[in-house]
Design a binder for this molecule. Structure first.
Ligand code: FE2
Ligand code: FE2
Length: 194
């Protein structure tokens, strides 16, 4: 799959701001993929396409979710922040003929994470959270951790995210909670101390 072709397609559908974010996520994901020794092409495809549906209209997001991801999205249909990941997966599969489950899952779970994430899912998830222009509390720490210990980085990131969602009185996706519990339970972080 030609990454430049995907970039071109993306630039024609996203605003400049979101397109540039996607390019930074791509670059960050490639850096991480090199460190963690994972297929660069798969990571690149997932990273460049992760936000393809970010600016789709609400109706379109809801319709794709209801039709193709019914059970997974039925509790979250009013949350377009979550639905764009599912719509992106649909586009990867149907517009770009991507059938690789690693790539499709990395797109599908880039917003919420999930338990039992694969390495490529973790890389796209955290690259999205730490790309150089991201600016939120603890981002520096998370960015540093990502290059040393992915699981720790994700744990700090999801703790942060959950704290924010609680403070803003927003819904927490069940997958994010399960991901956090999974990281803790499996002691993937090497003890509870951060
Ligand atoms: Fe996204
Ligand atoms: Fe993103």
């Amino acid at each position: 799959m030609d990454i430049n072709f995907l970039k071109k397609e993306l630039s024609s559908i996203l605003s400049k701001k979101r397109y540039e974010h996607s390019i930074r996520v791509l670059e960050t994901a490639i850096e991480l993929a090199k460190i963690y020794n994972i297929d660069l092409e798969k990571v690149a495809i997932a990273a460049i396409l992760h936000d393809f549906a970010k600016e789709f209209k609400r109706d379109e997001l809801v319709s794709i979710s209801k039709n193709f991801f019914k059970e997974e999205t039925e509790d979250y249909l009013d949350n377009i922040e979550i639905l764009h990941s599912y719509a992106g997966t649909y586009i990867a599969k149907n517009k770009f003929n991507i059938n690789d489950s690693d790539i499709l899952n990395a797109i599908k779970y880039h917003t919420t994470g999930r338990k039992n994430m694969s390495l490529i899912e973790k890389i796209v998830y955290i690259a999205d959270a730490i790309e150089p222009k991201r600016d939120y509390p603890h981002v520096k720490k998370i960015r540093e951790l990502a290059f040393k210990n992915l699981d720790k980085a994700i744990l700090v990131e999801v703790n942060n995210k959950i704290e924010y969602l609680v403070n803003e009185n927003l819904v927490i996706h069940i997958n994010s909670i399960e991901m956090r519990n999974w990281l803790l339970k499996n002691k993937l972080i090497g003890g509870n101390k951060l």
